[in-house]
Design a binder for this molecule. Structure first.
Ligand code: LLP
Length: 432
């Protein structure tokens, strides 16, 4: 089933035409299909079956309140990595008892806020972090629930920039150091070690590396329990990939089978932290072609979205499918285009030599799989207001983040006294 059908020759998201959305908010914009998100969530939960699992949606993939609440209403918790994400999760209605706080660099003030909220667990990655948490919890007269994140030294077979489970990565506690770590942890009065956690990377499409990571995690869990540590939970992390090119979708059933096999007979609650899997293929970035430029070597479609809106192709050489909003015949003639944005960097490129039916100025294009790590990684580089976001449900839609106007964008700056001659204005100087 597609959530992005062509109807009457034009691309839709669920039952809403992209032309209508473009007319409403202008381009570029992100739009998300609620049905696609719900379907991804349901398939994840169904695959896990009767495993004792809590799904904590990784907010970093897409932290719009409307998206978080969509998952919260389906029963999801949240995986947060900052006080900002914690506040978003709580504001969107995720119960604190289903919030996991991960990340290598939690600050004391962030820990204090999370302790006050009463979250489920802190995933701790170093001794200094554990000591800080213990100190703050003690000041508050509580004990912080902790899962220790292990670095299993497993290659997730994904892009180097989003691989996190190798010994040379900054993440997790090395297995050989764990014993000594626990001896120190036993002395800390403000923490209670309740679980272990692992996360080996993101956009994992070959699920085999999970097996080794989970086996190592479970072996440690059993060993520590046998040694008297009252462990209750295993956090299996996130990272399950999506198909960006129409193929190579990870086998979710095999993933669940690996979980089932590696945790068999273990009396432990499981936590999962999927992000991209739940939102990635639910979103489009819709952009309008500004000019088509014929260079000597290349044909460029210059569009009004840019690397500030979706940085994945620039940062990770990521492939995103690009669909013309005007329907085209399967056998239509195609020509190679470089789809580029207006930003003054050669790296501002969405696709190179992409075979598309002829593109003309004003044509709308949809950049697919933009629901995860799209809007959240956007910026206002080149003083471009970040693209707005729309959530679609059936034939209904809502703008869930409006485009900010130039006054708001520029008005965030402040002139110091020595430059302020009282003439700061959002109007260009010299304007009447
Ligand atoms: N849990 C932890 C501890 C993580 O570090 C991450 C992602 C997740 C869960 C969720 O991973 P997911 O299920 O979404 O793969 N900006 C990059 C992805 C960075 C992922 C960082 N950590 C991209 O656009 O590909």
């Amino acid at each position: 089933m597609t959530f992005f059908p062509y109807r009457n020759g034009r691309l839709h998201i669920e039952d809403v035409s992209l032309d209508e959305l473009a007319a409403r908010v202008g381009t570029p914009f992100f739009c998300y299909s609620a049905a696609a998100m719900e379907s991804a969530y349901t398939s994840f939960v169904r695959a896990l079956g009767d495993l004792p699992a809590t799904v904590c949606y990784a907010l970093k993939a897409n932290s719009n309140q409307a998206v978080i609440r969509t998952f919260a209403q389906l029963g999801a918790g949240a995986d947060v990595v900052s006080e900002g994400e914690l506040r978003r999760a709580l504001a969107a209605g995720v119960p604190a008892s289903k919030v996991v706080f991960a990340g290598v660099g939690k600050q004391p003030s962030e820990m204090a806020t999370a302790l006050d909220a009463g979250i489920l667990q802190f995933n701790v990655e170093s001794l200094p972090e554990l000591e800080a948490l213990s100190r703050i919890a003690q000041e508050k007269g509580v004990r912080a629930p902790v899962a220790l994140r292990i670095n299993p030294d497993v290659d997730a077979l994904t892009h180097a920039k989003i691989s996190t489970g190798k010994a040379e990565n900054k993440f997790g506690i090395d297995i050989p150091s764990l014993r000594g770590f626990l001896d120190s942890a036993a002395q800390l009065p403000g923490v209670r070690i309740e679980g272990l956690a692992v996360h080996i990377g993101s956009q994992i499409t070959d699920v085999n590396p999970y097996r080794m990571a989970f086996e190592r995690l479970v072996a440690l869990f059993t060993e520590l329990r046998d040694a008297g540590w009252p462990l209750e939970r295993l956090d299996m992390g996130g990272g399950l990939g999506i198909a960006y090119e129409g193929d190579a979708a990870p086998d979710i059933a095999r993933y669940a089978e690996i979980v089932r096999e590696t945790t068999k007979g273990l009396d432990a609650k499981l936590i999962f932290e999927p992000g991209r899997f739940l939102t990635g293929n639910a979103g489009l970035l819709v952009t309008r072609t500004v000019y088509v430029k014929h260079g000597t070597a290349r044909r460029f479609a210059i569009v009004d979205a840019a690397m500030n809106d979706l940085i994945r192709p620039t940062l990770y050489d990521a492939w995103h499918d690009i669909l013309p909003v005007a329907q085209f015949a399967a056998g239509a003639d195609r020509e190679p285009y470089d789809i580029v944005g207006p930003i003054c960097e050669s790296s501002d490129i969405f696709a190179e030599q992409r075979e598309l039916p002829p593109v003309a100025a004003d044509d709308l294009l949809a950049i697919c799989s933009s629901g995860a790590y799209g809007a959240v990684m956007s910026s206002s580089y080149n003083s471009r207001p970040p693209a707005p976001e729309i959530l679609v449900r059936g034939n209904d839609y809502a703008v869930i983040r409006p485009r900010i106007d130039y006054d708001e964008l520029i008005g965030q700056d402040r002139l110091p006294d020595w430059l302020d001659d009282g003439q700061q204005s959002s109007e260009p100087r010299g304007a009447a």
